[in-house]
Design a protein around this ligand. Structure first.
Ligand code: AMP
Length: 290
């Protein structure tokens, strides 16, 4: 695996691959890699001839009171993990490479799915995500890019962006990788104290209860939201940002549960903000006729 910091070096290597007829898969990350990220790399290896991974803690997607400075960084460890996984190229740019002096251009989605939920709780977040993803796609020019369903609204935003801007690549979603007790793996799990780590399973417990209710026939979103809230509120270390039932494409709240829906949650466990979700497909069954 080669590690490069300059966009021109990356371009030269990738152009050679492309000229040889090889398909390029891309996995953008912010580093502090865990099994969730590595699963995306494995998926990209299955789907493409060459795999490029970026590690870039993107300043524009953090709010002024968020954890940009604190965000865990360990490029050496990340490089070892990626080499073991068979990645071909690690792109490790400086902030000034992605945002050259004087860069003022931003990419902003003007509607759903970039409204509500994360957009409401983290103003400017999706503008930062859309901007960096567009820049990275332009620098790497991959045939496909793999994103985790763990960040479900982000994945919907990226799919919308690629369609709206006619970008010539395929977006592949990958299921959330979890710890044995159900906690969705996240680089931010490293912030949790032992009692907080135990409390953090409440997100998965709330989602499992919601899934059980829907599989048991519940179709009123308001009832499912209430159930998730009850469980989250039963954990004294958790403070809820949102617990919702939304359409899988627009991320707008639904009233009746049918078709493809996402149940997204966000909560603070102590000072650490965690998100999780499940995707469900509910058959549009008509009520049995008498
Ligand atoms: P991040 O480094 O947190 O920005 O995440 C980089 C990519 O890894 C994004 O596409 C995330 O959705 C994905 N990802 C992070 N955690 C997980 C996980 N537990 N399971 C699957 N994908 C994940």
């Amino acid at each position: 695996m080669v590690t490069v910091a300059a966009a021109e070096d990356l371009r030269r290597i990738i152009t050679n691959w492309r000229d040889a007829g090889e398909r390029v898969g891309f996995v953008p990350t912010m580093g502090a890699l865990h099994e969730g990220h590595l699963a995306l790399v494995r998926r990209a290896r299955e789907l493409a001839d060459r795999v490029v991974v970026s590690v870039f803690v993107n300043p524009t997607q953090f709010g002024p009171d968020e954890d940009f400075e604190l965000y865990p960084r360990d490029a050496n460890r990340d490089a070892v993990l990626l080499a073991d996984e068979g990645a071909d190229l690690l792109f490790l740019p400086e902030v000034a490479t992605i945002y050259p002096d004087g860069a003022v251009t931003r990419v902003r989605l003007a509607g759903p799915p970039a409204t509500g939920l994360e957009a409401a709780h983290r103003p400017g977040h999706f503008e930062g995500v859309a901007t960096v993803v567009t820049l990275l796609f332009e620098i790497v020019r991959p045939d496909l890019a793999v994103f985790g369903e763990k960040d479900a609204q982000q994945l919907a935003v990226v799919r919308r962006l690629v369609r709206d801007l006619h970008l010539p690549l395929e977006i592949v979603g990958h299921p959330t990788v979890r710890e044995a007790d159900g906690l969705a793996m996240s680089s931010r799990d490293a912030y949790l104290s032992p009692p907080e780590r135990r409390a953090a399973t409440v997100l998965h417990r709330a989602l499992s209860a919601a899934r059980d209710a829907i599989e048991g026939g519940e179709r009123e979103a308001i009832t499912v939201r209430r159930r998730m809230r009850e469980i989250l509120e039963s954990e004294s270390l958790a403070a809820i940002d949102y617990a919702d039932v939304v359409d899988a494409e627009t991320f707008e709240p639904v009233t009746r549960i049918r078709g493809r829906v996402v149940l997204p949650l966000a909560a603070h466990i102590g000072k650490t903000r965690l998100i999780d979700n499940i995707h469900l497909e509910v058959a549009n069954a008509t009520s049995p006729s008498s």
